[in-house]
Design a protein around this ligand. Structure first.
Ligand code: SF4
Ligand code: MG
Length: 474
């Protein structure tokens, strides 16, 4: 999962871009990059700066500050999907040089067909230098636009057709004074369009646009291309739109709670949807009478509020996380050390029973540390309540749970085994029907819970996943 921002034609574009990007830091803290399109005497020129590190560190670097002012900007906040997380070669924006000038792209999402697309490009003598899907998408666009002389719109349509998967992307070129945004045919990844002081902008979440005073226009539709230039805003349908399949994990976990979910007919804050999921947990299994409610810090807080509102049990607030610890799901390979010191519980509260909520259980790395901290503080019985169903299937659309270093706990263990492993006395997952009640029928991708992938997954990827996820003996 990554964050993208684009803005065209505002006299303070650079400042607005920074503010919008900082509102999306939770979407990617491994790296940050900016491209700026400026009008110069000899024509259009794109300059890019991209560096490893969180946006707060990258945006203050002298070389980033020294970028010239332009009239169109793209920003990318990277959370690793394809390619090594800390490798500088995988950072975005990605550019491809062509005989007509640079083509520059930022993208959030992934295509499971990267191997097929790479093979296609190689067969046309197009070389790729990194395993990053962003480079593959950019090179494919360059191939269609420059080598095959197709229009930008037709080229994006071909990209959507052949590089099947999930992407919400921004595009600029040194041979057209415009900024493009586009979304995959199922609208799996979000791209939100807004307007500020008569200029148009887009970002991965509404909060980024609200922070810069923009009016929210709406989501870019499945298979849609938007073009921002001096004439204003134009919409095109690059391929036939499929029924939207918006990523349910965006709603359950990734998006900021104060961002609006636009997948439903009435915009609603993700926080309120998550609270509804917490209330559903209580509706499906009655709570212990003398229990207190406790959310796993940050990720389980919204479900705890919903659960507490539904049950009127007291809130415990005795489990704390180091406020400086990063989101551990973002931290893939660096997690063990971080988790050791991440959680602590307040001693002396005399709380004996806890209903402990969390938003999801993917690798299950936080929960064992939480239960052990609570027991050290004297809690006798803990029931863990997960506000989503078991995460059984890998995501190949940008949440990177199909990677080699990932093990999905529910895909290898029974609920009883998970319960023992995380040190709980009982464990409850929200049912699929409960998810529907909480999140509505807004057209979700729920493949990681149901196995129903909107874009079919190549057999070799599923076979590799199954080989790594043999059920544990009882
Ligand atoms: Fe989101 Fe899961 Fe679908 Fe991936 S498979 S896009 S994580 S809902
Ligand atoms: Mg990607």
């Amino acid at each position: 999962m990554c964050g993208v921002v684009g803005i065209f034609g505002h006299q303070n574009s650079k400042e607005l871009l920074y503010a919008a990007g900082l509102a999306l830091q939770h979407r990617g803290q491994d790296a940050c990059g900016i491209s700026v399109l400026s009008r110069e005497n000899r024509g259009l020129r794109i300059r890019t700066e991209k560096h490893l590190g969180a946006p707060t560190n990258v945006l203050v670097r002298p070389e980033v500050q020294a970028l010239p002012r332009g009239h169109a900007y793209l920003m990318h906040l990277r959370w690793p999907t394809q390619g090594e997380a800390r490798s500088a070669e995988n950072l975005q924006p990605v550019w491809t040089p062509t005989t007509r000038g640079l083509i520059v792209l930022v993208a959030n999402g992934d295509t499971p067909y990267i191997a097929e697309q790479t093979a296609f490009l190689n067969s046309r003598q197009v070389r790729l230098y990194t395993p990053n899907d962003g480079e593959c998408l950019t090179a494919a666009l360059a191939y269609h636009i420059v080598q095959k002389r197709r229009s930008v719109l037709e080229s994006i349509g071909r990209l959507m057709h052949y590089s099947r998967g999930a992407f919400a992307a921004g595009l600029m070129m040194e041979f057209e004074d415009a900024l493009y945004g586009f979304c995959d045919p199922y609208g799996i990844r979000p791209l939100i369009l807004g307007q500020v002081d008569g200029c148009y902008c887009f970002a991965s979440e509404t909060i980024a646009l609200e922070k810069i005073g923009a009016t929210i226009i709406g989501m870019v539709n499945p298979g849609e291309v938007i073009k921002l230039n001096d004439a204003g805003l134009q919409h095109f349908q690059a391929v036939e739109a499929q029924p939207r399949k918006f990523c349910l994990i965006e709603a359950i976990y990734f998006s900021r709670p104060d961002s609006l979910c636009l997948a439903e007919s009435d915009p609603v804050a993700f926080e309120l949807l998550r609270q509804q999921a917490g209330a559903q947990l209580a509706a499906e299994l009655a709570p212990w009478e003398d229990a207190y409610v406790q959310g796993v810090p940050r990720s389980g807080h919204s479900a705890a509020v919903g659960f507490q509102n539904a049950t009127h049990l007291p809130m415990a607030n005795i489990l704390l996380a180091d406020p400086k610890a990063p989101r551990t799901f973002l931290e893939a390979k660096r997690t063990a050390l971080i988790l050791d010191g991440k959680f602590s519980a307040i001693r002396g509260s005399r709380i004996r029973y806890i209903e402990l909520t969390d938003d999801s259980l993917i690798e299950g790395r936080n929960l064992g540390h939480c239960t052990s901290a609570l027991r050290q503080a004297g809690v006798e019985k803990i029931r863990v309540r997960i506000a989503s169903p078991p995460y059984l299937w890998p995501c190949f659309y940008g949440v990177d749970t199909g990677g080699e270093h990932k093990t999905l706990m529910a895909a290898t263990m029974t609920t009883e085994q998970i319960c023992r492993t995380i040190g709980a006395d009982e464990l409850q997952f929200l049912s699929p029907a409960g998810v529907q009640k909480a999140y509505g029928n807004g057209g979700w991708c729920d493949a990681c819970f149901s196995g129903n992938y909107p874009v079919p997954i190549p057999a070799h990827l599923m076979a590799a996943f199954r080989a790594r996820h043999q059920p544990q003996p009882q």
